[in-house]
Design a protein around this ligand. Structure first.
Ligand SMILES: *Cc1c(COP(=O)(O)O)cnc(C)c1O
Length: 364
């Protein structure tokens, strides 16, 4: 079984071209991340190999520490827990926000750190894979609630754990809740594709109903190795969903998004959500303003249907209402109005129950 390879944890360990592309400011900032308690620098050799040395390269920007992170760390809109997971935490590792599905923070590690991560604050501390003791309350919670239909195995990246660890987890979850559907949330097929071979796909396939949700942001992430890893899942009959985060300067063009979703569909993957960025500290420079995001989505729909595609093939544009209001689909109708707040103008987003949730109207 393949294992997660060693992560590159300093700029000096990057391939020469990338290493030499670091500006003095980037170097200084990256060097001080750990001491400042910021999200560490880590990237897999595979993901780094996809990057080009230009500062605005869409792959490089996703993992290269950027001094701009410091500018919005404590801004008026920065939320350490942007999804409000703390509000719905029913045990240290279980989040229950929607009636029939729960999210397990399985922990472990990530195969590299995305600079725009919404769990940035939690990641900076690091967690271990869920222990027996931590799983105990999860299992009794599930056993007592047959209305829970699906469990998302998330929280860092579960595929950084060995197959037998995952299998042990799946077995215990199923023993507690016999018909529970599993959704494994991961970026490993993109960041560390050799980890996902036929053996892992076969293991997961034995635990159906099981789906895999993969985080993919840019067509260039789907290189030959990633396609092969994803192909093992499809060959094993495992449905694969794709989640994409709208990121300024990375994928914020209708052309790039259309190319990404076309590639996903051609590979048999289902584009599932296009997410507006969450308000994690230090990520404001990745934020596409809501108005621009909505215009972009309309442009994407038009481009897509003009090319003969069906709008149902596109993922909905969605946002998690800041602080725990849940996921909503974004459209022009989601914005009840704008307001000036001390930190700057906000859009008031309509929650499912009519409640209003401020989201900054501008980017950084
Ligand atoms: C996103 C999410 C889910 C799953 O929602 P889907 O719309 O089915 O993808 C479940 N629980 C939490 C806490 C979530 O954030």
């Amino acid at each position: 079984m393949s294992r997660t390879g060693a992560l590159i944890r300093s700029i000096d360990k990057l391939p020469a071209e990338l290493r030499d592309s670091a500006s003095a400011a980037e170097r200084a900032f990256a060097g001080g991340l750990d001491a400042a308690g910021r999200l560490p620098f880590a990237v897999t050799p595979h993901f780094a190999s996809l990057a080009r040395p230009e500062a605005d390269d869409p792959i490089r920007r996703q993992f290269f520490p950027d001094p701009r992170e410091a500018l919005s760390e404590t801004g008026p809109f920065a939320l350490p827990d942007p999804l409000g997971e703390g509000r719905y935490r029913v045990s240290p590792r279980l989040v229950h926000q929607y009636p029939d599905r729960v999210l397990l923070l399985a922990g472990g590690a990530c195969a590299g750190y995305c600079r725009y991560c919404f769990r940035r604050v939690r990641m900076s501390g690091g967690t271990s894979f869920i222990t027996e003791g931590e799983l105990e309350p999860v299992l009794s919670y599930l056993a007592a609630r047959p209305e829970i239909r699906e469990l998302l195995v998330s929280g860092e990246d579960p595929l950084t754990a060995p197959d037998r660890t995952l299998e042990g987890l799946f077995a215990k979850l199923r023993r507690a809740a016999g018909t529970l559907a599993l959704r494994v949330c991961t970026r490993v097929p993109i960041t560390e594709p050799p980890r996902l071979g036929p053996a892992t796909a076969a293991m997961m396939s034995a635990w159906k109903p099981l789906r895999v949700s993969v985080h993919i942001n840019h067509p260039r992430e789907l290189d030959a190795e990633a396609r092969r890893a994803l192909g093992f899942l499809s060959a094993a009959g495992i449905p694969v969903l794709v989640q994409t985060v709208l990121l300024k300067g990375i994928n914020d063009s209708a052309e790039t998004l259309a190319a990404l979703f076309r590639d996903c569909l051609d590979l048999g993957l289902k584009p599932y959500y296009l997410f507006q960025l969450d308000l994690a500290p230090g990520t404001a420079h990745f934020r596409v303003p809501l108005g621009r995001g909505l215009a972009l989505y309309r442009e994407l729909e038009e481009r897509w249907t003009t090319a003969g595609g069906k709008t149902a093939e596109l993922p909905p544009y969605a946002v998690d209402l800041p602080g725990g209001g849940g996921k909503i689909r974004l459209s022009e109708q989601s914005i009840a109005g704008t307001e000036n707040r001390p930190g700057g103008p906000v859009c008031l987003l309509k929650g499912p129950d009519g409640s209003l949730w401020p989201y900054p109207a501008e980017s950084a």
